[in-house]
Design a protein around this ligand. Sequence first.
Ligand code: ZN
Ligand code: ZN
Length: 419
Amino acid sequence: MVLVPVETELYDVLGVPPSASENDIKKAYRKKAKEHHPVSNPNDPGAAQKFQEMAAAYEILSDPNTREVYDREGMDGLTGGRGGGMPADPAEIFAQFFGNANFFDFTAGAPRKHKGENTEVPYDVTLEDLYNGKSVKINMEKEVICTTCNGSGARGNAKPKECSRCESKGWIFTQTQIAPSQYGTMRTKCPDCDGKGSKLREKDRCKKCKGERTVKEKTRQEIFVEKGMPDGYRIVLTGAGDQEPGIPPGDVIFKIKTAQHPTFERSGSDLLTNVKITLSEALLGFSRILLTHLDGRGIRVSSPPGKVVNPGQSIKLRGEGMPAFKNPDQKGDLYIVLEVEMPDAEWIRNVDTAALAKLLPPKKAQIDPAPEIVDETPFEEADLEDFGDGDEDDWEDDDDDDDDYDGHGMGAEPECRPQ
Ligand SMILES: [Zn+2]
Ligand SMILES: [Zn+2]
């Protein structure tokens, strides 16, 4: 005769029909547990819960006795019947299949710490620093293991006393709701002893660290900003992070952040800068120190007579760019945009314009044939930033306003806007 199970939830959790054989259940669990293991699903906050449910379901269904009770009476039949209704440790069940019982700790729902936390700090550098390289000493304050108690936190030979709340296990069972009608038992870190299973009495604590096991200490670290280091590069000081007894300390990571330079712009190993030359230089050539480089060197550039420089023309100085990271003898190129500075009104007022006109190329001729209608139109000086503003209501276009409405809907009343 075939029993009709009163509940199938546990089978559903493992994805098997109630008629599944012992072997099917074992196989299903093995597959699912691997797939849903919290370590493989670090971004799924529900992974630990799911994993735990599967382990609980497997525990019941893999034992013919409990499975039989479950099939007949559902979960109700099992509560009280199984030594207090405590599910086994899911990590242990998992370990039966995959070994290594302790690589996952359910107490915090996160992987057990094998190493202290890494500390990442942004570190501002100038383009000069990255061009020339430099070493910097940085003062830091970090946690170090207390030397008085050697990290035990205890005074003298005092031993921690067993935590009575968790019976020195470090964790306690708490009830959590899995589904509207279903409660599960969850292991959580014992709040009394902070998961350690034991605690020191007030009078047994180390005087220096007050039982904290670590103390703050000022240290000095030297970091090297190497030539050509890319922006965003992480300088890792391995093991320089806070110390914690029992695990290796984490790293301190300095993340390079390049400050904007007033004259140079960097792209990879190339540099770009703008240089102003005069009208005479543009027309007659030049030979002078055009710029001061990032290492303070003057850079002399010559443009021979007979060559005309157009406004905005760019030139390239090969090998005058940034040093390549880890290979600083090799350098990128320096691009220079030449801006031609026109003489000012003062100059033109004092010059013999008639003589100048004879020297300069002729003015443009009138359009031929001339258009039938010609309007005499006055002009004023303009700012290109205003271009495009003239045909919009002035309340609609405000740069520092992030509103995403298109100005035609509600909420666009001008009186609501910041002025
Ligand atoms: Zn101490
Ligand atoms: Zn405890």
